[in-house]
Design a protein around this ligand. Structure first.
Ligand code: CO
Length: 326
């Protein structure tokens, strides 16, 4: 079991490191996620969740949607959050990169704006040197917070201690943690098992114990430090089966139940010869309203601050911890 956690960790960290180098201005988010997910699968591992690519004010839960032209642009602060699973044993890791290079034209051949639901701007932002420097500092605050937490984790550390370390580190550097996003414990086939690992001192005196598997993910921002829902979905979870009125919905639900009952999925994972984007949307809607499928809202900082995230999966030890996604 330990070996499988380690293998899942190694796969995810290798793909994460390569993805961080690959992400450049002018690249489409869909090409980056396709590359990441196929790299993970090429090792024989599965995805423990769809790869998230969250740009600037978007903190989490964005991934390429069907017909997505979202571009990465120069100066973007981009969270790449991915995970692998080996026989259900999970890794979960994230890195933030600042995008460099020349922007691509955000218009199609007819001069119409590209469809870019993964951006809150028009796809050709101007980022000043001061703004750029601030983004590097936010990234640093998130990465340093994770490093500091890892240095204090051992058997007996409380969740409050961890949250305090995150908050103190970030505030000393002039930024806020996002308080309504948290790390989580991991179990076989369960990405968000019992424990929630806070990014601020929440008063929880629960202790981590030797052998616990947890993902720790401090989010830093120059904004509110609270995320709110955007009115859009990119990632979904299977909840239950229930007969549907539309044959198309029944068909789709069967596919979801057979392939994604353990791990979350993206809409693009369901596209095939029989299901184009239009059919997919039509079939998916009743599954959501009947409670068979749960849609995760894309999350952004409430005050539109810039957001960085750094994440590792660790195993708690008597006198420290082992990072499986180093
Ligand atoms: Co996580």
């Amino acid at each position: 079991m330990l070996d499988k956690y380690r293998e899942a960790g190694k796969i995810a960290s290798k793909v994460r490191n390569e993805a961080a180098k690959k992400a450049t201005a002018g690249m489409k988010v869909v090409d980056l996620v396709d590359w990441i997910e196929s790299e993970i699968k090429s090792t024989g591992a599965g995805l423990s969740f769809p790869c998230n690519i969250s740009i600037n004010q978007i903190a989490a839960h964005y991934t390429a949607v069907p017909n997505d032209d979202t571009l990465l642009c120069n100066g973007d602060i981009v969270k790449i959050d991915l995970g692998a699973e080996v026989d259900g044993y999970i890794s979960d890791t994230a890195v933030t990169v600042i995008i460099e290079g020349d922007n691509a034209d955000p218009y199609d051949e007819d001069g119409k704006p590209l469809n870019m639901p993964g951006r809150l701007d028009d796809g050709n932002p101007v980022v000043t040197d001061d703004e750029l420097e601030e983004r590097y500092n936010i990234l640093d605050a998130s990465a340093t917070a994770l490093e500091n937490v890892i240095s204090i984790v051992k058997d007996g550390v409380t969740l409050n201690d961890i949250g305090k370390e995150v908050e103190t580190t970030m505030q000393d550097m002039g930024y806020n943690p996002i308080t309504n996003l948290a790390g989580h414990s991991l179990e076989q086939y369960n990405l968000h098992a019992g424990l929630s690992i806070p990014n601020y001192p929440d008063g929880n005196t629960t202790q981590l114990k030797e052998g616990d598997h947890v993902a720790i993910e401090p989010f830093a921002t120059n904004g509110a430090g609270i995320v709110s829902d955007l009115p859009q979905y990119a990632i979904y979870s299977y909840i239950k089966s229930k007969p549907q009125r539309q044959p198309l919905s029944n068909q789709l639900l069967k596919n979801i139940r057979n392939n994604y009952s353990q791990f979350n999925f993206a809409g693009r994972h369901l596209l095939n010869d029989k299901f184009d984007e239009r059919k997919l949307n039509r079939a998916l809607r009743p599954l959501i309203s009947s409670g068979c499928v749960y849609p995760f809202a894309v999350l952004k900082d409430k005050n539109d601050g810039m957001v960085a995230q750094t994440e590792h999966t660790i195993i708690v030890e008597k006198e420290g911890c082992e990072v499986t996604t180093l």
